[in-house]
Design a protein around this ligand. Sequence first.
Ligand code: AMP
Ligand code: ZN
Length: 640
Amino acid sequence: MSWQTGLIKTILDPANLIISTDTAVVIADKYPKARHHYLVLPTEDIPNIFQLSKKHLPLLEEMHLLARNIIEVRGESWSEFQIGFHAQPSMQRLHLHVISKDFVSSALKTKKHWNSFNTPFFVPYETLYSRLKGEDCFQRLPTDIVNGLLASPLKCNKCEFIAKSFPMLKDHLQQHHLRKMADKKEAAKCSLTRILQKKRECLIETELAAVMKDAYPKAQYHFLVVPKEDISNVTAMTADHLQLLDHMKELANQIIEQQKNLPSSHFLIGFKIDQFMNRLCMHVISNDFYSESMRRKQHWNSFNTALFLTYQTAYALLRVQGFIEPMPEEEMQKLRNSIELRCNQCDFVSKGLVVLKAHLFTHWKEREDKFTIKDQVEKLTRILDETKLTPIAKVLEDQSQRIVPSKGQQQGDQQSPPASYLNTFASHFPRTVSNRSASSGNHQTNPNWQRANQNPHMNSNNSVFNQQFQHFSNYRLGHSPNNLRTSSHRPAGPGNHQTNPNPGQHAPKWRRANQNPQMNSNNSIFNQQFQLGHAPNNVNMPHQAPFNPFKQYPNMRQAAPNKNGSHATPQNMNNINGAECSPPLNIKQQGSNYSKPNIHKCLGSQQFANTVNQGQNPSQANKPKPFKENPASKTKAKSK
Ligand code: AMP
Ligand code: ZN
């Protein structure tokens, strides 16, 4: 019968292979019986488990490695999966099931489906392996035993519950799943407290507060400053906290200072008014918002609407009125779900996050290019300075003066040759001049100021909260609340890093990005970057080389090895109600020292997530689709 050869047909199409090696491949089960369900098949034409013998043990080991790998690729936890074979498989070609234990799926439709994974009909990998090792073969079960197993009572795999009917079992499994998600969400809410206690994950720590990396950075650089005092969120602060706020800002300045690759003017500092965590945290985030973890419009809106309270505003409100009024839930909801996504660096507006992310990439790329040129100029200048090769410097100076110096450069004629050379560059690349310290002239773009001017939400009059903003609009217009501060010892006052000397004026370079040919939606490399979700993640968090997507992902189907040595970036698809996610699985940290298979190919996991979640073949998943919760319930697939 032809349906029995379905798996063989499926693996013939390379687009269906999530991972492939010389000896085996991983595909998505077309009718997933749980939230995650994959099949590992050998490339050799072995019809089923009954053809296996001792000589196949190395092949089984390789298949098992791929099972581990796919779980890691999905950022899932090993302990939440079961891996094994059906004692009486229905489809041709040996296949190893890799399935999550939730069994929440619309394709799980019959008692047989359930019992095939939750009775001895399911043969765990280890059982088959040791049977082959000891007996050199695996015997078929007698038909009456098989039938008996498939007709077993419907016993829950997580508790003692025995369901009277299949719908009751499904309902019960759903309850387990929802409880687990809720527990995870609660646990996630406490994660800042856990990090504070662990200490080793803190980048800077003082008696009053600590700085840590955001586990799911929403931009290239994203840190959190967390006070040790247990304050639930920004609306729980009072005027008594002004000194603490000062201190937190100082820590923010320190961590920004440590980011040699990015000037302070590119950072935003502030609070989310609708904070998810149960502990106050101050965000220190680069304004590129170019990150793989930026996955929902809610993520964008939480930093780029009035939901984000800048440090200056928070400081001013506390200083003047002594409290920060909570925003009404309805209003927060409206802002979170704002459909018009406005670029924070130019006038671009998009209705979709994918398009906005593509646009943000052009800004990011432009900035990285400038930094590269700047670094090269600095390096050259250093060499000239160190070696004191005055004659060469003189030649450079002569050359640079031939590039028609600007007025400013003509004034600098008395400067030393290297400096003069640098100035010539500076006129072409204003932001790349070596001095990136917090002098006001360096602050060209501040998304906050732009938002204040452009975002209609920021100007609406309809709530006390917004009135607070109106009241402090002078701060948004560039008057730093420095003069309000209580402690005079603070070297870098509020606003030092966020004041725009030219309110309303945006750096011209960002504007030009609007006309960038890369914006053309038909640009294939460019679009693929985003379709496959290959925006840089925390790969370039501090002290790492800048990430270049073009260099690292020349072929978009080919995921680069991650830092654990496996071949796809572990993703975290476990978003809980749009909030933070659970940490990516690190198999090595879990005590396993498996060797790594020689993998030819591994789909970008975002693309894969889309594929699985939409119940599609990966080949159908080329169009970007937002990640959806509970994919199984949305699967249109029919049961086999
Ligand atoms: P078994 O009962 O062990 O043979 O399981 C076969 C698995 O293959 C089932 O979980 C099916 O949902 C799955 N399946 C059937 N057809 C396809 C296909 N064309 N591509 C991928 N998976 C399939
Ligand atoms: Zn149960």
